[in-house]
Design a protein around this ligand. Sequence first.
Ligand SMILES: C/C=C/C(=O)SCCNC(=O)CCNC(=O)[C@H](O)C(C)(C)COP(=O)(O)OP(=O)(O)OC[C@H]1O[C@@H](n2cnc3c(N)ncnc32)[C@H](O)[C@@H]1OP(=O)(O)O
Length: 258
Amino acid sequence: MEFILYEQKGNVGIITLNRPKALNALNSVVLKELGQTFDAVDMETVRAVIITGAGEKSFVAGADIGEMSALTKSMGEEFGKVGNDVFRKIELFPIPVIAAINGFALGGGCELAMSCDIRLCSDNAVFGQPETGLGITPGFGGTQRLARIVGVGKAKELIYTCSNIKADEALRVGLVNAVYPLGELMEAAEKMAGKIARNAPIAVRASKQAINEGLQTDMDSALVIEEKLFGNCFETEDQKEGMKAFLEKRKVDKYLNR
Ligand SMILES: C/C=C/C(=O)SCCNC(=O)CCNC(=O)[C@H](O)C(C)(C)COP(=O)(O)OP(=O)(O)OC[C@H]1O[C@@H](n2cnc3c(N)ncnc32)[C@H](O)[C@@H]1OP(=O)(O)O
């Protein structure tokens, strides 16, 4: 991999976008490698993934403007599909993905963060969708996910005005879950990932699936989705052990993922 670093620490996979000279901007190679990295995650042992940027200045400063400057209409549509396919893979990834946003998260960088389940950022983080200032729309899902996360009015304001927001406002509008001093961000992300990894993996995966699928439909249909996934948990060894441990007033040593 030229632009992606990956390491597994216990049950947590850590992906680092490593193109610091371009503030981790996303060109076609980075996007391809990012998709391949998720495909290669060991799903037997990894129970949560963290994605962050190399350096202390930028998570991802957007899609690569140099590459995009030469695109035609059809090439632009194809580039949008490349990014959307990778980000949809992340959004639908079976286990939780935490974005540890360590600086600029602009355009495709903000869109990448929004494809993750949980967003934690450092106090130097800056978010924005500056695309209309470049003559394009957001193209990796920003018109859809930003409105769903911060509300239609705020999303339209940010996209129409190309205004950036800092970490404190991102927290206020619900774009991030929490803000940390830069030097504490990864520790906080790994701590949260570790908490997730200690819970029953089948139940965590089923919860992500229920939320993702339920949001696509009406409440009655969504509750049926939840009922089926809830019921499935009762044929797992982890459910038997989890409830037995409570009744025996002890902690579960380790869920077995079965
Ligand atoms: C479908 C998705 C679409 C999109 O994402 S559209 C793109 C959205 N992103 C942006 O518009 C942000 C573009 N970048 C900037 O505005 C600035 O950067 C920053 C405010 C993030 C940082 O400014 P400063 O601290 O002055 O650094 P610097 O000298 O501008 O950047 C350092 C190096 O990083 C390269 N770079 C930064 N962002 C991108 C990018 N999005 N695509 C390609 N290269 C980028 C620069 O060019 C430069 O490189 P060199 O030193 O060789 O000139």
